[in-house]
Ligand binder design. Structure first.
Ligand SMILES: [Zn+2]
Length: 351
């Protein structure tokens, strides 16, 4: 049982408690400490009672749970808010602002890293994003660098390299056909769309991505540097001539020279595309704020980009590495959840 919100008045205290099940779903309870609550309410409000004097279950909907507290909670002073609930609670408080609004804001958002980031985004004149596999896996794509994502139990290093392209083309082609079909079966998620919206609103100024799925552009982002290429862009490995993705999926060869077709992705042992890399370096050098989303920063040289900035740096990922240097802020969570909450904060005009 965890405390979601604890309120204090002259006569007693009121708490909203929560219990999380294995699926991360919360069930809420209200606990009213003995006696005194009615003392601090005027007669009219007392009609809204009874509040439970013991712990009482109020269901799984946070909004309803807060409403169950009735009008009382806005009269009281918050003394504790669960860090994961600061924004949700504050949002609801704002719908009919209480007397001690500033106090509520301090308790709900004072230590909220997302709120701090929202403030930084609104203050920054040049914000850039580095995105990695975490963004793609939330669309349902397997992470080919993780063991779970291994195709036919093969380490991607064994397939995504020049030797396999040259000596074992069928295996190479099967692997990339499978991956292209996977990308085509899935789609960008809310997080991609929020980043695209932020670009249009001038909140971010460029995205460098290690992902090859093209989802940032598909969601509407225009300033994208695809550091590892794009899997749905095809060229001839011999003469470099472009080809349609349908040619590759139909196992055709280059129409000009009969050479082998391949995706425009960076294979192990190949250089990064110069134009995308230079663009990214320019962005990160100019950045006042760098937001890294969904990458463990293990693949060089992309992992070095955040170090180019003299501005603030923020790291967001499902897992925060033990040794994470040079970041001003680290926020753990699913990319689309974090971006959605940030977007709400930015849209709320509270900053
Ligand atoms: Zn060719």
């Amino acid at each position: 049982m965890e405390t979601i919100l604890k309120l204090d008045g002259e006569g007693g205290s009121l708490a909203l408690l929560g219990e999380k099940n294995d699926d991360d779903k919360w069930t809420y309870f209200i606990e009213c400490q003995e006696s005194a609550m009615p003392d601090i309410l005027d007669e009219e409000d007392q009609d809204l009672l009874p509040l439970p004097h013991k712990k009482e279950i109020v269901g799984t909907d946070l909004r309803l749970a807060l409403e169950k507290l009735g009008r009382h909670w806005r009269h009281l002073r918050p003394i504790e808010v669960h860090p994961d609930f600061g924004w949700s609670v504050y949002k609801q408080v704002l719908e009919s602002p209480p007397i001690h609004l500033l106090h509520w804001k301090r308790v709900c958002l004072g230590n909220n890293p997302l709120y701090r980031l929202a403030e930084w985004i609104s203050l920054s004149n040049f914000t850039v994003v580095l995105s990695g596999a975490g963004m793609s896996t939330e669309s349902g794509l397997p992470d080919f660098r993780s063991k779970d994502g291994w195709w036919r139990r093969l380490d991607p290093h064994q397939v995504s390299n020049l030797d396999t392209l040259e000596d074992n083309y069928e295996l190479f082609r099967d692997f990339y056909m499978y991956r292209i079909e996977t990308v085509e079966r899935h789609a960008p998620h809310l997080g991609h769309r929020i980043l695209a919206k932020w670009e249009k609103k001038g909140r971010i100024h460029g995205i460098a991505t290690q992902n090859v799925d093209g989802y940032h552009a598909a969601a509407g982002s225009e300033k994208v540097a695809e550091l590892h290429g794009n899997i749905r862009s095809i060229r001839c490995h011999r003469c470099g001539r472009g080809a349609a993705v349908s040619d590759f999926l139909s196992k055709r060869n280059c129409s000009a020279c009969q050479g082998r077709l391949r995706p425009n992705v960076v294979l192990f042992g190949e250089m990064l595309p110069e134009k995308a890399w230079n663009q990214a370096m320019q962005w990160f050098r100019s950045a006042e704020l760098v937001i890294v989303i969904g990458t463990s920063l293990q693949v060089a040289p992309a992992s070095q980009l955040p170090q180019l900035t003299s501005g603030r740096t923020v790291y967001m990922n499902m897992e925060i590495p033990d040794r994470l240097y040079r970041f001003d802020l680290a926020i753990q969570g699913k990319a689309q959840n974090l971006l959605a909450e940030l977007d709400e904060m930015l849209e709320s005009c509270l900053l």
